[in-house]
Design a protein around this ligand. Structure first.
Ligand code: MF3
Ligand code: CO
Ligand code: CO
Length: 293
């Protein structure tokens, strides 16, 4: 592997991509903020079947984009590939036009690309992927009034022993968190398991960005921490609940800041980060992953 890049900086964001008239948009598109979801996080079997469809499209899109992560490819090109894949499946890319914090612009692209020290919410732009980069791709699809949300980490080229360990441990941390999500337990069990596993390798789990209820809203209001938040976040897990588990592990301190673009979150020390995310449903017999291709 050649020398790794010093640090990530802002590139040029391409013009807005269009969405055909026939594809239904989520209600927040074109609004200053998202409406609060008041319908809870336990869904009917019929609603879960619709979430399953969106989750599958999101997972297929993630696999397609992931195949294209390679040195020399821009993150904007990854956005084009994901955007077209989602539209081709009759879905809307949920991040496109998602409202930002007060006074900040909406998210301008159809997926998030977060490279190396970028924790999350990286905006696809003219940034050229280099050999050894860790590229997190986060894709959400909206169809039949339901969102399905997932993220994966892809190393361009071989990476280093440490970057591969970070990616592998983050995936395993997510899977352990998912397996802990059993009906009757508090949601804070999930982060407890994730943080404990991360600490074995000296990795820190990001606290400021969390998993969330998902389905009829992109973010329903239910928060799933990826650290040991007990006695807070004591919501009891129930059959029929749908939410994400999406740990971000840092090879160093998880302290972070946001760029003035209103979105991009980076580690203060420029320590590198990996993330995985699944949308899951809780059944009587345990958690089931919905974001599978
Ligand atoms: N998909 C992200 C999540 O896992 C949210 C991205 S919102 C965006 O919750 F506006 F930054 F795209
Ligand atoms: Co999410
Ligand atoms: Co996501």
């Amino acid at each position: 592997m050649g020398p790794v890049r010093e640090s990530i900086s802002k590139g040029v964001v391409s013009p807005l991509r269009t969405v055909p008239k026939g594809i239904a948009r989520p209600d927040y598109v074109g609004k200053k903020r998202t409406a609060r979801w008041g319908g809870g996080d336990v869904h009917t079997a019929e609603a879960i079947e619709r979430i399953r469809i969106s989750a599958k499209i999101a997972a297929q899109a993630l696999a397609e984009v992931g195949k294209n992560v390679a040195p020399g490819v821009t993150t904007d090109e990854l956005d084009r590939i994901g955007h077209e894949f989602i539209l081709d499946n009759g879905a809307y890319p949920s991040t496109l036009g998602y409202p930002g914090a007060a006074g900040r612009p909406p998210f301008p692209k159809s997926l998030c690309t977060s490279v190396n020290e970028v924790i999350c919410h990286g905006i696809p732009d003219s940034t050229v992927i280099q050999d050894g980069d860790i590229v997190k791709v986060d894709i959400t699809a909206y169809k039949n009034s339901m969102h399905g949300d997932n993220c994966g980490s892809f190393i361009a080229g071989e990476g280093t022993d440490r970057s591969r360990k970070l990616v592998e441990a983050t995936h395993e941390a997510m899977m352990r968190g998912i397996r802990a999500a059993q009906a009757g337990r508090e949601v804070n069990v999930i982060g407890r398991v994730i943080e404990k596993y991360a600490s074995r390798f000296g990795f820190e789990s990001v606290q400021n960005y969390t998993g969330h209820g998902v389905g009829p809203a992109f973010h329903t209001g239910l928060v799933i921490p990826h650290y040991d938040a007990a006695p807070d976040h004591a919501d009891v897990i129930e059959p029929g609940m749908v939410f994400t588990v999406e740990p971000m592990l840092v090879d160093g301190s998880e302290a972070s800041q946001e760029w003035n673009d209103g979105w991009t979150v980076v580690t203060n020390s420029s320590a590198w980060v990996a993330q995985f995310e699944h949308t899951i449903v809780i059944t009587e017999s345990g958690p089931e992953v919905l974001t599978l291709p």
